[in-house]
Structure formats: structure tokens, C-alpha cells
Design a protein. Structure first.
Length: 759
């Protein structure tokens, strides 16, 4: 009765409702055009994160530490023509908004030749060329080695320290630098020498490129996914309405979700990118199930009466599971979980409203699908035969499923949790090529800051403290991935050597605190302005600025742990406290936290979903049975990743959540239908066959459309999207097989003795 009243009201006002839906969709679609992508560090940290708070305090004390590097190579860089070109380009970079300071070989040259010490050295060397003396000075200076000049003197870099107000500012800054490089590329002085004019890299560049590629590929492949879905729907349904209605329903749901997402001030990222595909799957599933049953009954009221309840049950169950992601303290995971949960509910209401209205405009005789859905064809249906096959081979099917599960668990044990942004880019990409070139010839591109803080009014220039800083730097220099470190101790030792006639034995720390302070002043006079950013004016804090090669999060963590262990066991920590910070350490720590947070949230989602399944189907036993066909496909995908050597990162871990969302939807529909069929005659075998006949088509339609739709993402050159496409397609297919074969087998073998209790 309730269904008839609802349908009567729906059809009575169908024009007004359609108008409202289309206007609202147009509005949200317009809002969705402004969707932005942001994978920057600010996105992943909550405002009350203690590590972020300390990092912000670090920036106030020492200034900005994010940077980008422009590198050039030549046989002989120490020529006036090169110095002129480098100086001109450095001045252009300085004028770009967001650039705080620039260090280059030309700047060092200007500082050196105007310093009193260098002028004195020129007098002593008589007619010797200025460039030769400068070259000798720079190549013998550890402060500049593996930063602005390589050890062999053939590669130099312009290093720009930048301050970015957000992702858009970072993108504009990177674009401005590239434009400046295009307008004035460094030209090789040597004739006939062919070489790449410059190499651009650094955290700012990587972040901007990450946003660009992820946004480009999602925009490129999402429309293709829709086209493939249309083709698959056409092949399977063979009706115009079977194509148009699901596509329109998906379009409405995606527009609403993305529009609301933008209106709430959210941006896309590695996690939120999964929101649109998930909306696609859920809205596709609900619309197909409605249309599929409508073709069987040819009456909208009976369709709603039969399908609306299991669809609602599946939507609520999925929403509860996705809501578990909101327990995460990481903003993107929280927001994505919130919207995934809302997506499940929204898709239900849109489908239960929009689809019946569209079906009401289609005369039954216009699209005769009786040959596909006829009751008379029931015994001849391939889905009915599939049910018979399952009944006959239930033990073999379940045993095979358990064997696959055990083998997959072995693969899961080989999985490694690791984040490495550089592996996201194609091997032939310019960002990866430039990054590798700079790290090979100059320095690592992961910036890490180690801060030493004194207590009780102790000066950072105290000899014991400086010796601790030197000891730590010496230890870090023995780590292969660390290419360079710089501190006030380096400048103090360098000045001490200069004042002692450049003797090798004089590269040491003075015994007096006063001498150390005076040496830093002399270093500034000698043209080294960067020294002022290495300690605070109060002389209470100092930093060691470290450059590490790009490594995965696991190796990075082991390096950081070894540094912490050295500090704890070898240094005097009574007068000093040590802190490791920086934008990259924050990002790597956050990525690992994302993985652990998602694993915990997914585990909670798994538990909640099956509790919800037991509640909505009014059977604890069904809830327990439903675990088997849902756990195996997810475990199988993770196992394949383990055997293939793929890493579990922030993007791939979300596939499990998507798989669980669609899998539990199919499971609830199968189990709900089975209970209805079993109540009809109490015959388990016949109930299974009728269930597969009724539910099989919609389950196949949903899964195959998703499989072929997501497969298109596997052609992306951007690794996270590529892996997402491959793994999601595999998971959707294994989920389909599991629900059509394993679910009925479990129901047959694990059925309760009392049929009335089950029903």
C-alpha cells in the first residue's frame, strides 16, 4: 500500500520532480566545473597536529625551507659567458612571486670577488685569472659542494627557496619558473654540444606535477569510462531505456556529489579521487536493479515493491561501513568517508525517484524484452543453469574458494606498506628524468631539518654544542642517501681555516664561544648570507639543513630512526633537545599514517557492514555466512599485489573499500532474494536456482560494466590511477564470481537445520 501511494504521488508530480532534478543537476554540475586538485602537505594535516604546529614554529624561527632546483651542466662552467647567463636567469627567478631567496654560482661569485679576503688573495696570486681562483675556492668549499656545484665542477644549480600560500600558488610559481626558463634557456658555450638545457626539480615542482597529472588523467579517462559503460549496457540490455536511464542516473548522482563536494570547499586528492568511481558504481547498481526487475514484471509498482527494500538495506549497510572512515584524524580520509557514506544514501533516493519516473514515460510495447526476461524461458536461462551448476558443485566451489583464500593470504604477507611519490610518475616523464639527473650529479631532493634547541640560557655557540652538531653531521655523511648537510658549524670551521691560511688541520672549531660568534659575522662579510638562516638571533636554536635522495618511506623511516638513535646514545642531550621536521618528513609521516588509518578504518567498516547485514536480514547466521564471499575477493586482490611486488599505498588501499561497498550490495540482494524464494516452497536447491535467475543478470550487468569501465584507467601513465584501474577491474570481476558462485554455495552448505528459523 505504501509503495502504491508513493508511486502515485511520484507520477502525479513527475514533471515538477523532473524539472527540479534537472535544474539541481545543472546547478551542481556547474559548481563541479570548479573542482580543484590538491595533494599538498597542508591537505593531509589537521590544524591541531603537533608535528604541523612545530613545523610552523620552525618556519617562524628560521624562515621557509621548501625549494626548487634548476640544474645545468657543461664541461667548463667557470667562464664569464656562463656567469652572465646564470646571473640573468637568477635575477628573473628572484622576481617571481613566492620566491623568498635564490642561491646560484653567480651570486657566490659576486659575493666572493667583492669580499676583502678574496681581494687579498687576488693580490697574492698576481696575474692569475679571477675565474681560476674562484673555481679553486668554490670546489674546495664543503659548504657549496653537492649544492650549487658538483664535486667535478661540471654541474651547477640555481636553488630557489619558496613560500607557497597553497596549491594554486605552487602551481603558478612552478609555471612562472618554467616560463622564465623557456624565455632564457642556458645555452652551452661549447659549440656543437647537444644537451638538455636545464633540469627542474624539487618538492614544489613534484607537488605541482602530481596535481596536474592526477587531474589530467581523471578528466581524460572518466568520460571514456562512461562511453564504455554505454557500450556494455547496450550489449547486455539491448534496449534504449536500459542504456539511457542508468547513464542519466549516474550523471545526476555524480553531479550532485561533486557539486556538493566543491560547495563545501573541498578539493580532490589521492584519496578523494575514489569518490567519483564509487558514486558511479553505487548509482549504476541501484538503477540497473530497478530496470532489470521492471523488464521482468513490466509494472513499476511491483518493481518498487520487490527491489526498493533490498536496495535500501544495501545502501544503509554500505553507508554504515563507509562512515567508519570518519573515525580517521586525517582530513582527506574523514571527508572521503563522509561523502562515500552520503553517496550511498543519495544514490538510493535519486534512483528510487528518478528511475521510476523515467520508466513511466516508456510504453511497455515499445521495448519488448520478453525473450530475455520471460518466465517461460526460466528453465532455459543460463543463470538458472548457473544455479543448478552451483547446487551440484557447491562443495568443490567452496573448497576452491578457501584454497584461493589461503594462497592469497600468502601473497598478503608479502605486501609492504610504503609511500614513494616518485614511483607515481612514468619512467619517461620529465619530472622523473630531471629528479634523477639532479640527484646523480648534485644533491638529494628530500629536505629534512634537524633543530637543536638549548635550555637554561645556554648559547648555541657553546663549544660542546657545536661539537655535537659536527658529530651528528659526520654520522649523517656516512649514510649513502644523505648527499649534503649544512649548519653554523660548517661556516665557523670554514672561517677558522681561512684565517689560518687555509691549512687542512685548521678546519676545526675554535675553543672559544666568542670566536665562534665572530667567525659567523666574518662568514657573512665573506659573501655567505645563507648562514643567517641557520640560527636564531637569540642564539638559542640552530638547525642542520639536510638533503636526502628520493627514497621510499620505509628506507626514509629507517634513516630517521638511525639518526634519532645516534642522538640518543652518542650526544649530550642534557643541554640540548633535538627535533626532526620539514615539509617532506611531514608528508612521509602522514602517508604512513594514512595507510595505518585506512587499514584500521577498513577493518572497522568490515565489522560494521556485516553486523548491519545480520540486522537488516534479521539473521546473525546470514551475517556470518556473508563474510566468506566478501572477504575472498578483497584478499585475492591484495594477494595478487603481494605476489606482483606492488606496494600498498594511500591510493591502492582504497580499492578494498570500494570493493567492499559493491560486494556487500550484491550479497544483500542475493541473500534477501534467497530468503524470499526459500519462503515460497522451502526447497534450498530450487531457491538457489530461482535466486540466481532473478538476481544474476543485474549482478552481472553491474559488475561487468564496472570492470570494463575501470579497465580504461589502466592505460594511464600516472601509476596511482593506472594501478587503481587494473586492481579495481580485477576486484570487481572476482567479486562477481564470488557472489554468483560462493554465496549460493555457502548458503547451501552452511544452512541451519531449522528452515523456519532461517526464513
Amino acid at each position: 500500500m505504501l509503495t502504491k501511494n508513493y508511486l502515485h504521488t511520484l507520477l502525479k508530480y513527475r514533471i515538477a520532480i523532473l524539472l527540479f532534478i534537472f535544474v539541481t543537476t545543472a546547478f551542481f554540475g556547474f559548481c563541479a566545473i570548479g573542482m580543484k586538485t590538491d595533494n599538498s602537505i597542508e591537505t593531509w594535516l589537521s590544524e591541531d597536529d603537533k608535528n604541523l604546529k612545530y613545523y610552523n614554529e620552525f618556519l617562524k624561527k628560521f624562515g621557509d625551507e621548501e625549494f626548487l632546483v634548476i640544474a645545468f651542466s657543461a664541461v667548463n662552467l667557470f667562464q664569464k659567458e656562463y656567469m652572465r647567463q646564470i646571473s640573468t636567469l637568477a635575477e628573473k627567478i628572484k622576481g617571481i612571486e613566492g620566491v623568498v631567496r635564490v642561491a646560484s654560482l653567480a651570486d657566490v661569485f659576486k659575493g666572493k670577488i667583492t669580499s676583502p679576503l678574496f681581494k687579498e688573495k687576488m693580490k697574492k696570486n698576481g696575474n692569475r685569472q679571477v675565474m681560476n681562483i674562484f673555481k679553486q675556492e668554490v670546489l674546495g668549499d664543503p659548504v657549496y659542494q653537492n649544492t650549487i656545484i658538483s664535486k667535478n665542477g661540471r654541474t651547477t644549480a640555481i636553488i630557489a627557496t619558496v613560500k607557497c600560500a597553497g596549491p594554486e600558488a605552487r602551481k603558478e610559481l612552478t609555471a612562472s619558473v618554467k616560463k622564465a626558463l623557456q624565455e632564457m634557456a642556458i645555452k652551452p658555450v661549447e659549440a656543437k654540444k647537444k644537451q638538455h638545457p636545464y633540469h627542474l626539480a624539487g618538492p614544489s615542482v613534484v607537488n605541482a606535477e602530481l596535481d596536474r597529472m592526477s587531474k589530467r588523467d581523471m578528466e581524460k579517462f572518466t568520460p571514456i569510462m562512461f562511453v564504455i559503460s554505454i557500450i556494455v549496457l547496450g550489449c547486455l540490455f539491448r534496449t534504449i531505456s536500459g542504456i539511457v536511464i542508468p547513464v542519466l542516473t549516474i550523471g545526476v548522482c555524480v553531479s550532485w556529489i561533486t557539486g556538493i563536494f566543491v560547495l563545501m570547499g573541498q578539493t580532490m586528492n589521492m584519496i578523494a579521487n575514489m569518490l567519483i568511481p564509487l558514486t558511479f558504481i553505487i548509482s549504476l547498481s541501484t538503477s540497473i536493479r530497478l530496470i532489470n526487475y521492471y523488464y521482468y514484471e513490466r509494472q513499476i509498482d511491483k518493481t518498487l515493491q520487490h527491489v526498493s527494500i533490498p536496495i535500501l538495506m544495501a545502501s544503509i549497510t554500505a553507508a554504515i561501513g563507509f562512515a567508519s572512515l570518519t573515525t580517521s584524524s586525517i582530513p582527506p580520509v574523514f571527508i572521503t568517508g563522509l561523502f562515500m557514506s552520503g553517496c550511498s544514501i543519495l544514490s538510493y533516493f535519486v534512483s528510487i525517484t528518478f528511475v521510476p519516473i523515467l520508466l513511466s514515460f516508456i510504453p511497455a510495447h515499445k521495448e519488448n524484452s520478453e525473450n530475455i526476461f520471460s518466465r517461460n524461458q526460466y528453465p532455459l536461462s543460463p543463470f538458472f543453469k548457473m544455479g543448478q551448476f552451483t547446487v551440484k558443485n557447491k562443495t568443490i566451489i567452496l573448497s576452491t574458494g578457501i584454497a584461493v583464500f589461503i594462497a592469497s593470504v600468502v601473497g598478503v604477507t608479502r605486501l609492504k606498506l610504503e609511500s614513494d611519490l616518485m614511483t607515481s610518475f612514468p619512467q619517461n616523464s620529465s619530472i622523473l628524468r630531471d629528479n634523477n639527473y639532479i640527484e646523480k650529479h648534485l644533491m638529494g631532493l628530500l629536505p629534512v631539518e634537524i633543530v637543536a634547541e638549548t635550555a637554561g640560557g645556554t648559547s648555541i655557540f657553546h663549544p660542546n654544542i657545536l661539537h655535537d652538531i659536527v658529530a651528528l653531521q659526520k654520522y649523517m655523511n656516512g649514510i649513502p642517501e644523505i648527499t649534503h648537510s649544512i649548519s653554523i658549524a660548517d661556516y665557523i670551521r670554514k672561517t677558522h681555516r681561512i684565517l689560518n691560511n687555509n691549512g687542512t688541520e685548521s678546519y676545526a672549531l675554535p675553543a672559544s664561544e666568542k670566536h665562534s660568534a665572530d667567525y659567523l659575522k666574518l662568514a657573512s662579510m665573506y659573501g655567505d648570507k645563507y648562514v643567517d638562516t641557520l640560527y636564531t638571533q637569540e642564539r638559542s636554536d640552530a638547525r642542520i639543513s639536510v638533503k636526502i635522495k628520493q627514497v621510499g618511506s620505509n628506507r626514509y623511516q629507517s634513516i630517521i630512526e638511525s639518526i634519532k638513535e645516534f642522538i640518543h646514545t652518542r650526544l649530550n642531550t642534557a643541554s640540548l633537545s633535538w627535533h626532526i621536521t620539514g615539509i617532506v618528513p611531514l608528508l612521509i609521516n602522514v602517508q604512513d599514517n594514512i595507510l595505518r588509518s585506512e587499514i584500521q578504518s577498513f577493518s572497522l567498516a568490515f565489522i560494521l557492514m556485516f553486523f548491519a547485514t545480520a540486522i537488516v536480514l534479521k539473521s546473525v547466521r546470514i551475517g556470518l555466512i556473508s563474510i566468506i564471499p566478501n572477504l575472498i575477493p578483497i584478499t585475492m586482490t591484495l594477494g595478487l599485489m603481494g605476489f606482483a611486488g606492488m606496494k600498498l599505498d594511500a591510493a591502492t588501499i582504497m580499492i578494498a573499500s570500494i570493493a567492499l561497498g559493491i560486494s556487500i550490495d550484491d550479497t544483500i540482494h542475493i541473500f534477501y532474494q534467497f530468503k524470499k524464494e526459500l519462503a515460497f516452497d522451502g526447497n534450498y536447491q530450487e531457491a538457489i536456482c530461482r535466486t540466481i535467475f532473478r538476481i544474476g543478470r543485474s549482478t552481472v550487468f553491474t559488475s561487468l560494466t564496472a570492470v570494463f569501465g575501470f579497465m580504461v584507467f589502466s592505460f594511464s601513465g600516472f601509476k596511482p590511477i593506472q594501478y587503481f584501474g587494473i586492481l579495481t577491474s580485477i576486484t570487481m570481476f572476482t567479486t562477481l564470481v564470488s557472489n554468483l558462485l560462493l554465496s549460493p554455495s555457502c548458503l547451501m552448505l552452511l544452512k541451519p537445520k531449522n528452515v523456519k528459523q532461517f526464513v
